[in-house]
Design a protein around this ligand. Sequence first.
Ligand SMILES: [Zn+2]
Length: 265
Amino acid sequence: MDPNDIHMGTLRLVRRVTADGELSLEEIWDLAQYLNGNETAQHKWPGNRLWRQLERAYEDGEISPEEHRHLGDIIVEVEEACAEISTGATHIEHRIDLASIAVTDLKLPILNQTVLQEPRDPDTEKYALDLRNHTCTCPDWFTRHKNVPQGSFGRGCKHIIRALGQAREDGEPITKQWDPRSAKLVSLIASLELGADPLAHWQHAATPDGGAYLGWDNTEWASVFARNHENQYEHYGFNLEDDHWSYGESPPLADFVSAYLKHKA
Ligand SMILES: [Zn+2]
C-alpha cells in the first residue's frame, strides 16, 4: 500500500479504541464522530472502509448487531493489513537485566467521593460513580471492569478515570497527594479519553533508557503506555501469546517492554 493513501490520524484512533481487542458501541461512536468531522479521513484508508458502514449508523442513530459485527470484521481486516506492512522488521531476542529495572506498583487512587457524570448522549441516564470502591453504573463498567480486583487500575472505566483526573481539593488538583506514577497514569489515560483496560496487574517499569506504564493479566493483550518516536505518551497493545504489537505499531522501548511483560505474565 502506498503510505500516502493511509490516513495516520484514523489509524491511530482505530488502534487506540481497539488496543484491548474489543470494539464497544461507545468506541464506534468515537470513530463515527471523528470521521464525520474529517472529510479527508473519510476518503483515505482505513476511513474509507469504515465510513461507508458508519455513515448509515450515524444517520439513523443506531448500530444494529449486524452493523457492529461488520465493523468488527473491517477492523480485523485493517489490523491484518497493518501487520503485513510492518513485517520484515528484524526481531532480536532481547534479554533484560532485572536488577537494573526500577518497578513501581500502580494503584487506582481512592477518594471518599461519589460523583454523577453526564453521559455524551443526553437521552441516557447520568452515571453514578463511587470513587472509593471504584464502581460506576455505566454498561462498560458492568461488562468489563466489575470483576477486576479492587484497587487495580483495571477497575477504572473512562468515567472513573476522568473523575479522578478532574478531582480538586481547595482548588488544587488532588493528584498531587498521590503516588506520582499512579497520578501520571490517571492523567495519561484521562487525556486519551479512555478507560483503563480491564487488567488486574499494573506497574511502571523503568530502565536508564526510559520507562513505561504496563497492565497485564492472564489474557492475550497487555496494555502499554509509553513514549512514541515524537516523545509523546501513547497507548499500545502487546499480544503476549504471539509476540506482536497491535497494528504493528510499537514504542521505541518495545524490546524492553515485551521482554519485561513476557517475564511477568
Ligand atoms: Zn463508567
